[in-house]
Design a protein around this ligand. Structure first.
Ligand code: FE
Length: 341
């Protein structure tokens, strides 16, 4: 009768140890599916891990993460989706893959316009889609609005990336929301007529093309100016252009967000929420501002000195939900007008 007691105790102790071990594993990590490039986000995750002890595992891909999430369903290891544009978060939301989150900290740190009213996505940074023009070849007709890009005076002077890229699609969707489908189609046709070359490359490649004299006018996201200026090879490109925030006298410059969502499947929900809260803390927001030249969503954090030097601008207040409604039509218009051909 004496022997079973120690055995039971041993088993109980083992079970306790297992609980602790399992508890430790789930208490110490969070899994992120990221559309955002690792070099931009790793410094933020590193600081989170050093402050909390929670390890961040990242799966990075430029596309396909939402499909993966859908296929994995409730067994997905992903806790969070991190995106550089509101599009994928919206697609995940429509596929019912995101968990609504009611969280006071997030609500206090993020202005209402930059998060889903039902808490299924939260903006982390914002960025403006600006016009850049060649410094050494001043335009006779100034550009103050996106609509000015169709002016026949600019024949052969504009270069852009593919009209299908999410940054372009969001801008076109915003034009559909403001001025209607017909006006947006006319805009695409007009800009296409003014292109100096077939749409290609990323935003920075357009600035490089201006520097090389291939074109005079381009559309880019604001933070790329900072990134180029911080790069030995690319700073000459950035120094070759002036920047304009379009539509200051009417609806404002188009802005988009990088953002984060909590998944329905989230196996490490508490850690995921801690990371979400951290991403909009002053500590993380200042990394976004200083390292990536984005506009922090948290009003307590200032933009970088460089970004501040561009001055204040009026942002288009159209909600990202409204932009989302017109995204599919924007893709059709790019196809129909043969913008990329
Ligand atoms: Fe980008």
């Amino acid at each position: 009768m004496k022997t079973p007691i120690p055995r039971q105790l041993a088993l109980a102790a083992l079970a306790g140890m297992l609980t602790v071990l399992c508890g430790t594993v789930s208490a110490s990590e969070v899994n992120v599916y990221s559309f955002r490039q690792p070099d931009l986000i790793n410094p933020v995750f590193k600081r989170f891990t050093s402050e909390t002890g929670i390890k961040v595992n990242t799966v990075f891909a430029k596309q396909g993460l939402i499909e993966r999430l859908r296929t994995e369903g409730i067994n997905s290891p992903a806790d969070l989706v991190l995106s550089t544009d509101s599009g994928p978060l919206e697609a995940a939301m429509q596929a019912d893959l995101l968990a609504p989150l009611d969280n006071t900290t997030l609500e206090q740190r993020i202005p209402a316009a930059l998060r889903d009213p039902d808490g299924r996505w939260f903006g982390l940074t914002s960025r403006a889609r600006i016009v850049v023009t060649a410094k050494d070849r001043p335009l006779v007709n100034p550009i103050t609005r996106y609509e000015d890009l169709t002016n026949p005076a600019f024949r052969g002077m504009i270069c852009t990336r593919s009209g299908k890229h999410p940054y372009m699609i969001a801008l076109i969707a915003s034009m559909i929301a403001h001025s209607g489908e017909t006006a947006a189609r006319e805009w695409l046709i007009g800009v296409k007529k003014n292109l100096s070359r077939k749409p290609q490359g990323n935003d920075r490649a357009q600035v490089k093309a201006i520097w090389q004299g291939e074109c005079d006018i381009a559309l880019i996201n604001s933070y790329y100016m900072g990134q180029m200026l911080a790069d030995d090879e690319q700073q000459a490109w950035a120094n070759a252009v002036n920047i304009t925030f379009p539509n200051q006298s009417d609806r404002g410059t188009h802005v988009n967000i990088s953002g984060v969502s909590l998944t329905q499947a989230s196996p490490n929900r508490d850690n995921a929420i801690k990371l979400m809260e951290f991403l909009v803390s002053e500590s993380a927001q200042s990394i976004y501002a200083e390292e990536n030249y984005e506009y922090p969503v948290n009003p307590a954090v200032a933009s970088s000195e460089l970004v501040q030097s561009w001055g204040e601008f009026k942002a288009d207040e159209l909600s990202l939900t409204d932009i989302g409604k017109h995204r599919a039509t924007a893709v059709i218009l790019v196809d129909e007008t043969g913008y990329d051909n």
